[in-house]
Design a protein around this ligand. Structure first.
Ligand code: AVI
Length: 331
């Protein structure tokens, strides 16, 4: 997902490519080798994630879809408790499958609002700009393409009304609890008293169910992880042999940390190139590369985070199994 602001070309290498290179090399040279999960989402990664969401093991998507499709009126009424126009800002909207229910309901209810989708992917923004007005005639859209932080600042500057933020899909779970708190505080700093945020988070539950969601039988999640090595091969002229790494998901039910790793199946050396830079990285047989955290919470932990970030709790919406929650926090 290119950051368009930094795309000057030097030496046949764009600066965004250099950032990717530095992040990858720094991660693979660290004592605990790691890669950043934000890099999963190239075109193939997007497609694989779509397939994960459709897989039966990955319950998160269906749970939240149930909340948005069956509790639409209740979600909307919490937003409409306050009078006057508002701006609905969504972080990482995807194709609006879930939020689309709420948006359609609000438009039909003649609510006076503008929808601000924020995404780093140009293709997602383009998709929303063309498809959403057809699906929901009359919707007002101001799309913002870029990193959450920068675009939130921009949205806050553009917005003259009260704000409602949507941050769905357990996306916050891809940060550590500490980073999540920092990010929640950051969001709070862009809001005024009374503004709302709706956060979708996956809950702690039977550890076997959680683990299975990241270890689907079809092997899509495995491909999703390995695809990042493929991307590194293509974009950083590396020579990862994908058959020499295996997907290894773990879940610790005590902390709620669901972590995935790629484990090196033998002693091996991989090279990477960006511009004039060449790096050789060695892997020991059995050595893990930490790929992603998908953190799971209890309601108490979610409430504590809300309070520590300066929010009060305005409401909870669970799916019928009680596996997933969309929590409304009020600034
Ligand atoms: C995007 N994110 C919330 C997903 C998750 O559950 O952490 C990404 C994902 N990784 C493997 N499966 C899904």
């Amino acid at each position: 997902r290119p950051n368009r602001i930094n795309s000057a070309v030097t030496n046949g290498t764009t600066s965004e490519n250099m950032i990717f290179y530095r992040d990858v090399v720094d991660g693979l040279k660290a004592d605990m080798k790691h890669l950043q999960s934000k890099y999963f989402y190239d075109a193939m990664g997007d497609r694989l994630f779509q397939r994960i969401m459709k897989s039966s093991a990955y319950y998160l998507f269906n749970c939240e879809l149930e909340i948005f499709s069956k509790r639409t009126a209740d979600l909307a009424s919490l937003i409409l408790q306050q009078d006057g126009p508002f701006d609905l800002i969504e972080l990482g909207p995807g194709d609006c499958t879930k939020s689309g229910y709420l948006l359609e309901y609000l438009v039909k209810a003649n609510a006076d609002f503008t929808y601000f989708p924020i995404d780093i992917s140009a293709s997602i923004i383009r998709y929303i700009e063309t498809e959403l007005p057809q699906r929901i005639p009359g919707i007002k859209i101001t799309s913002l393409e870029g990193e959450y932080d920068d675009m939130l600042t921009k949205a806050a500057a553009l917005s003259a009304h009260r704000k409602v933020i949507l941050f769905l899909g357990s996306n916050l779970g891809n940060m550590t609890p500490k980073q999540s708190l920092t990010f929640s505080r950051k969001i709070r700093s862009h809001l005024h008293t009374g503004d709302l945020i709706l956060i979708g988070l996956d809950l702690k539950k039977d550890p076997r169910i959680v683990l299975a969601a990241y270890n689907d039988k079809e092997g899509i999640t495995r491909q999703f992880n390995l695809n990042l090595l493929k991307r590194i091969n293509r974009e950083l002229k590396a020579n990862f042999d994908l058959s020499k790494f295996e997907h290894y998901p773990t879940y610790d039910p005590a902390t709620g940390a669901c972590k995935s790793y790629l484990v090196s199946l033998e002693d091996q050396v991989v090279s990477l190139i960006a511009g004039d830079n060449l790096e050789m990285i060695s892997f020991k047989k059995g050595e893990p590369v930490y790929m992603e955290l998908s953190h799971k919470y209890t309601i108490d932990e979610i409430n504590r985070m809300a309070q520590q970030a300066g929010f009060s709790i305005a409401g909870f919406f669970y799916d019928s199994k009680g596996w997933f929650v969309d929590a409304f926090w009020r600034a």
